[in-house]
Design a binder for this molecule. Sequence first.
Ligand SMILES: C[S@@+](CC[C@H](N)C(=O)[O-])C[C@H]1O[C@@H](n2cnc3c(N)ncnc32)[C@H](O)[C@@H]1O
Length: 225
Amino acid sequence: MSTEKIIEYYNQLASDYDENRFGNSYGQFIDFQERKILNKIFKTKSNNVLDLACGSGRLSNYATSGADASEEMLKIAKKKFPKNEFFLAQSNQLPFENESFERCFTFHFIMHLNKENFEKTINEVHRILSKNGTFVFDIPVKNRRKILNQNKADWHAALSFDQKEIEKLINNKFEIKRKFSILFIPIHRIPTQFRKFFLTFDFLLSNFGLLKNFSSYHIYELKKL
Ligand SMILES: C[S@@+](CC[C@H](N)C(=O)[O-])C[C@H]1O[C@@H](n2cnc3c(N)ncnc32)[C@H](O)[C@@H]1O
């Protein structure tokens, strides 16, 4: 799917996005796990944090600025976080000076990109981060897809890499500090009323030994070199 079509999709979804994606127990489960990891990574406060592809600002409480290519998504984010600054921009051409941010994170976004655009985005994030700055992003796990035969995911989750491929792509720019995993348990198959009881168990299983490589998403914490 072209970038223009993806942006159009989010412009149309914007007013329903929070409810549609995170108003149900599956979305809340993911949101909880992602916040747990962000709380671990960002233990201290920073005045320079970019939420890239911030969408409706779901996680913008961890940021001071947000950037997104959808005007309609940004309108919602601005209402929720009037003290943050928001910018209409694509990830491969960000309107910021070199070394403007100490931290940048992006969720549910990299998987929409093609490899070329991912590389450009990595370069842009590298440019706008200060030395030793932190970049956090999530990506679907390739091994999981292989065993579940889901290699042909639709555009929503078209991109997935294993750690070796990520290392190659970030070579000389970033080092991997930590890698977290979420959603080992196929939570969509658990009856809604029981899902919350699996929150801690899923985090433990997802991050246990080799199981790490077979959970649904990896969350990488990178350090700019
Ligand atoms: C699934 S939403 C994720 C929003 C938010 N990060 C979250 O986790 O809830 C994906 C977001 O990426 C934005 N987006 C899509 N393509 C983009 C691009 N090339 N550059 C910047 N943002 C883009 C969309 O407008 C949308 O807000």
